[in-house]
Design a protein. Structure first.
Length: 517
């Protein structure tokens, strides 16, 4: 570890830059295989283990060299990843990036075990431990978290950069601490460090500044409390990272318990739940539920859910229950087919905001959200509804495309919150960008159809393309199920300002522009 030749230096920096490039592109593409390849190429484990050895044997040269190399490596990887990120045409949060932004105390425990394997690989001939070294490189991730930190810096997502930086610090501290203890226990402290350092300095011709710094550090290590000082250095770092990691573990444990409580509460509802969407994060709980039944059933279910999940909620609760017709409602519609009055839309009214946000805040949030919205994956924001709920600003983004997952919404919310210096929560109100095929036998189409119809009213460009077969003429009567389905769909679109009725197989589509036949 003490010897360092020019070939080793060149190979190290070449491997590090290549690993950073592979990891950054693998993370952006969401490819686990590519990220694992970067872990195998990355040589960053070497100088970190050397730092642990330097602290174990009290070698100032090894501590200085390894410490400087680690700091320079971190700087190079973060800067290189940030530069690549800035050059990319898109910046979308995905599972690979999000997985490295929320470390917990369990990550520290994992890093400790991987560090033991890494130390073992360092103390045995390379031919004996090739598999161990490869597994350690994969298990204790070093370069990918630094690349996520660079991604966060390149996209100004500082919460992402902080989380990934904390994960790297966790792994770094675990390697140094375990390495120092293991090397000392293995007897390396009995090595004559002074002779080896002097020989190495003569062969490599270290700079005068390095020698002066090494002499000062040597005097610090040589005094009576030197061994305790060397032990204290990694332990202080370990204590510093453990506090946020413990908070992260508590948060994860709460989220798992809260989700289980919410799922049990939904399962206990007397009515049939067609679809449910649950958001549990930072002490808040948000529910969107589509329930077969009447408005009274929806109100009763809302009260039951509020009571059931109240013990686990730390912050705000938002429960939106939408009533959709059950079998009895279909029969009532069938009986009223020949009445002149159209069926009344069955959507429950949207609750009024607790406190309206000012126009300036709405405009600021709209501009900030549009600047960061992943339009390639989720479609362009068509409308943004903002309301203030306590200390939170809630922004519900209506868009035509796939709904955003929780990680992407949290990242956008944090970035917008930093711009406005407020806490912002983003909700994805997605209008289905696929063709829905209504049938009386299958109710899976009901929730996305109602959601799309109601959300499209808030936009200025989304049209409802309602395709239905021609109703029979003359004495031939339309089947009851088809007649009920026709009346239900016409009742939902009601006075919608942008509806095109087409002839063909049953279908509901949402488009920007004109509806094609």
């Amino acid at each position: 570890m003490l010897h360092r030749g020019p070939v080793e230096v060149t190979g190290y920096w070449l491997q590090l830059v290549v690993a950073a490039g592979i990891a950054t592109l693998g993370l952006v593409l969401g490819s686990t295989a590519v990220v694992i390849g970067a872990m195998l190429v990355a040589p960053l484990m070497g100088p970190i283990l050397s730092l642990g050895m330097g602290l174990a044997v009290g070698s100032p040269f090894l501590v200085l060299r390894s410490g400087v190399r680690v700091v320079l490596s971190i700087t190079v990887v973060v800067a290189f990843s940030a530069a690549i990120t800035r050059l990319l045409p898109f910046h979308e949060m995905n599972a690979e990036i999000a997985a490295r932004t929320t470390p917990t105390a369990l990550d520290l425990a994992t890093a400790v075990f991987c560090a033991v394997a890494g130390v073992y690989a360092a103390m045995r001939p390379s031919s004996d431990v090739a598999t161990t070294a490869a597994g350690t490189s994969i298990g204790i991730s070093l370069v990918p978290p630094l690349c996520v930190t660079g991604y966060g810096a390149g996209t100004a997502s500082w919460s992402v950069a902080y989380g990934a930086g904390l994960l790297f610090s966790t792994n770094f501290v675990a390697i140094v601490t375990v390495g120092m203890a293991a090397f000392a226990a293995a007897g390396f402290a009995r090595v004559d460090v002074a002779v080896l350092e002097r020989t190495e300095a003569e062969e490599t011709g270290d700079a005068r500044l390095t020698r002066a710094a090494a002499r000062r550090l040597s005097a610090l290590f040589a005094f009576k409390g030197g061994p305790w000082l060397r032990l204290l250095m990694p332990l202080v770092l370990l204590a510093a990272v453990f506090v946020p990691l413990r908070r992260g573990l508590d948060e994860v444990a709460w989220q798992i318990g809260a989700r289980a409580r919410v799922r049990d509460a939904i399962a206990a509802l007397p009515g049939r739940v067609v679809e449910s969407r649950v958001r549990v994060e930072r002490g808040d709980v948000g529910l969107d539920i589509f329930l077969l039944g009447s408005r009274d059933d929806a109100e009763s279910a809302k009260r039951a859910l509020s009571t059931a999940i109240a013990p686990v909620v730390r912050g705000d609760v938002r429960i939106d229950i939408h009533a959709v017709p059950d079998a009895d409602d279909f029969e009532a519609l069938e009986q009223s087919l020949h009445k002149p009055a159209p069926p009344v839309p069955i959507m429950a009214p949207t609750p009024a905001p607790e406190k309206p946000a000012t126009l300036d805040v709405v405009a600021a949030i709209g501009a900030a959200v549009e600047a960061r919205w992943p339009s390639d994956a989720a479609g362009w924001p068509l409308a943004i509804d903002v309301r203030r709920s306590g200390d939170l600003l809630e922004a519900r983004v209506v868009h035509l495309g796939a709904p955003l997952d929780a990680a992407a919404r949290e990242t956008i919310g944090k970035a917008v919150g930093q711009d406005l210096e407020e806490e912002v929560v983003i909700f994805s109100a997605a209008i289905a960008a696929i063709t829905l095929q209504p049938t009386a036998a299958d109710s899976a189409w009901i929730a996305p159809a109602i959601t799309g119809i109601e959300l499209s009213r808030r936009t200025l460009s989304v049209r409802v393309c309602l395709t239905m077969p021609d109703a029979p003429t003359g004495r031939k009567a339309e089947p009851a199920k088809d007649a009920t389905l026709r009346a239900t769909l016409l009742g939902w679109v009601g006075d919608h300002p942008r509806v095109d009725r087409l002839v063909g197989p049953w279908a509901v589509r949402f488009v920007e522009g004109e509806c094609a036949e």
